[in-house]
Design a protein around this ligand. Structure first.
Ligand code: DQA
Length: 142
């Protein structure tokens, strides 16, 4: 069975109630459950943290553990700020990381147009709401 790590950064624990006009009404638990239903042949590990270092640690742990088809990473605001997360993704080269965003960050404020992590990710998917995650999973398990 293929194994994928869903890694979600700051404020994504508030999905469902957080700015629903931008991020929708689906909670993070519902999102993970729907992915599990949609991809019954994939085992999902899921981790969310509001702390930059905890996300770095989880990525390292997945890499050490091995056997992952890849990581679906919504780094939230750390996308735009975190050199540490970028370096962690570069350090675990060989493990595919797909950057995802619910919203189309390029249609939003200028500070969201820059991603520090895109260049070290396998690919980037944004703007399709929860479907962004499903597209990333589909790409990783192909
Ligand atoms: C986000 C976009 C980021 O700019 C923002 O800081 C988030 C969520 C998205 O999924 O659209 O927290 O990553």
């Amino acid at each position: 069975m293929k194994k994928i790590l869903l890694l979600n950064g700051p404020n994504l624990n508030l999905l469902g109630t957080r700015e629903p006009e931008i991020y929708g009404n689906t909670t993070l638990d519902e999102l993970v459950e729907s992915l599990a239903r949609r991809f019954p042949d994939v085992h999902f590990d899921h981790f969310q943290s509001n702390c930059e270092g905890a996300l770095v640690d989880r990525l390292h742990a997945a890499w050490r553990e091995g056997g992952y088809a890849g990581v679906v990473l919504n780094a939230g605001a750390y996308t735009h700020t975190s050199v540490a997360l970028r370096d962690a993704i570069a350090a675990v080269g060989g493990m595919d990381v797909v950057e995802v965003h619910l919203s189309n960050v390029h249609r939003r404020e200028e500070f969201r147009h820059r991603s520090l992590i895109s260049a070290v990710c396998r690919g980037v998917i944004c703007g399709f709401g929860t479907e962004s995650y499903a597209l990333a999973v589909a790409a990783l398990v192909r």
